[in-house]
Every structure is written in structure tokens, then in C-alpha cells.
Design a protein around this ligand. Structure first.
Ligand code: OOG
Ligand code: MG
Length: 262
């Protein structure tokens, strides 16, 4: 760690204020070029603690930058993780208020819910499949608090990996019954196909993303508890949305999710 406790708390408050006021800020590594990855996750954790202290509830975990499409789009090379809270959740068919967001983008994701604890290190795809209760499609709305969506890895980790809103919907399926690698995904905006992909885009298999999450958490003495909802990361690049846009994400054999931005 390179930053002291006060600076970590200050940066957490700075980034959370940007989120809650929907006002962008410059990336924090500009003023703190020496900060390291432990500092970045400590800032993210401080944001999570602040939300919990205000009575909001933990709703799950997310992996980010797990596909080549996303790494290329954002110019970063390493998967990262963040957390989800209850107020970020929307239902299938909902309207999402865009005025509360800065410059949102949508991305289709494959999510799962665990039925037993998952602990790294050494967690692999077999452990994840054995611990998975069901797989469910999801749509993430990311909204970087950084100006023009420009950041480096440490800045985006501190900013809770751009987490903003998410929708889980469609059909829940047993991961043993479907091949998550060949599961096709189609993203449509205002009736036009804007991105397509398949589950294998996510680290070869979306369950690998959860194994990686469990191993990354283990490095901090944490684990994935039974019953955790986990989004495994965008299958395609993220697509910007503006007021009035309708979005549908279709998942082969798992149904679809639609939202409108109002
Ligand atoms: C970082 C979050 C990436 C994903 O699914 O890859 C992410 C960003 O692109 O702003 O959530
Ligand atoms: Mg995502």
C-alpha cells in the first residue's frame, strides 16, 4: 500500500460523490501516480463499506475486462472485479432513469448464482460448475465516473469497475445442461443488431471468470459465499445509450432481457 488511510477514505468519498451526483471526475492516478493495486481495491472496499453503513444491501459480484472485446475497447489487459448493491438492480422490462447517470453503456453478460462457498487459491472451472446453482442472463449498465470513460486499471478498480445498474432476467438453467462456450448472444438497440458474441469470449468459458474471481479474492483473504450472484463480464464490447433508447439482449436458450432508457 502506498496511500494512507485518510487518502483512501477521501478518494472513496470523491468517487462515490461523483457516482451519486452523476458528475464526472479526472482519473485518480493523475493526482496519485504512486498508488498500487492494493490501494485501488482498498478504495473500492471503502465505497462498499460506506454504502453498507447507509443501509444499502450487497447484491453480488461482477468481473470486468474478461473478454478480448472489452480489453481492446478499454485499452487494458487484466480482469478486475467489483461489487453490486441492491439499488443498482433493475427488472426485465424496466425503464432506467438516464439523468442519474453520466455516460452509460450496456453490455450483455452471463451470470450465475452459487449454491456452495467457493474458495481459492487453486479454484478451477470444475469447482465452479460444481458450486453453481443456476446460470441466468444479465445486462450490465456501466457508467465510469471518469471523464470520457478514460481510465487505467487502478483508477477503474477504485471506481468499482464502473458498476452502475444491472438487470438479471430470462430463464435460469442448470449449467450442466448447456454449453456456455457456444451460447450465442445478440445485443440490439432500437431494433438493430449492434453487437454479437458467444460465451467463450469470456476467458474461454464464463465459469473460468468465476474461478479467477475466487482466486483473486483469496489473495485478500476473502471468498465467494453460497448464494452469491456473479456477473462474469461482458461478452461483447459495451454500447453507449442515450435517452429514449430501447435495448434487448438475446441469449441462446436463455431468453432475453429488455430495458428502456428514459
Ligand atoms: C470497466 C468495467 C468492465 C466488463 O464486463 O468487462 C466490465 C469498464 O469497461 O468501464 O464491467
Ligand atoms: Mg460488465
Amino acid at each position: 500500500m502506498k496511500l494512507d488511510r485518510n487518502t483512501i477514505e477521501e478518494l472513496a468519498a470523491h468517487l462515490e460523490t461523483a457516482e451519486l451526483n452523476a458528475q464526472d471526475v479526472v482519473k485518480i492516478t493523475d493526482a496519485h501516480p504512486d498508488m498500487d493495486f492494493d490501494d485501488a481495491y482498498a478504495i473500492q472496499t471503502a465505497i462498499r463499506q460506506a454504502k453498507l453503513a447507509r443501509g444499502q444491501r450487497f447484491a453480488g459480484m461482477k468481473m470486468g475486462l474478461t473478454s478480448r472485446a472489452k480489453m481492446t475497447q478499454m485499452g487494458v489487459e487484466t480482469p478486475i472485479y467489483g461489487f453490486l448493491m441492491d439499488y443498482m438492480a433493475h427488472g426485465d422490462g424496466d425503464q432506467i432513469q438516464i439523468d442519474r447517470l453520466i455516460h452509460p453503456k450496456v453490455e450483455p453478460e452471463i451470470a450465475l448464482v452459487t449454491r456452495s462457498d467457493l474458495r481459492g487459491p487453486g479454484c478451477h472451472i470444475g469447482d465452479v460448475l460444481a458450486a453453481t446453482d443456476f446460470v441466468v442472463p444479465a445486462l450490465e449498465v456501466i457508467d465510469s465516473r471518469y471523464r470520457d470513460f478514460k481510465f487505467d486499471l487502478k483508477s477503474v478498480i477504485a471506481d468499482n469497475t464502473s458498476a452502475s445498474r444491472f438487470v438479471a432476467g430470462g430463464c435460469a438453467r442448470d449449467p450442466r445442461e448447456i454449453d456456455l462456450r457456444t451460447l450465442g448472444v445478440v445485443l440490439e438497440k432500437n431494433g438493430e443488431v449492434v453487437a454479437t458474441g458467444a460465451g467463450a469470449a469470456v476467458l474461454g468459458h464464463p465459469a473460468n471468470s468465476v474461478a479467477m474471481l475466487s482466486n483473486m479474492l483469496a489473495a485478500r483473504g476473502e471468498y465467494i459465499a453460497a448464494g452469491t450472484f456473479i456477473m462474469t463480464g461482458a461478452v461483447t464490447e459495451a454500447i453507449p445509450v442515450t435517452k429514449g433508447d430501447s435495448v434487448i439482449a438475446r441469449f441462446q436458450g436463455l431468453g432475453s432481457i429488455s430495458v428502456r432508457f428514459a
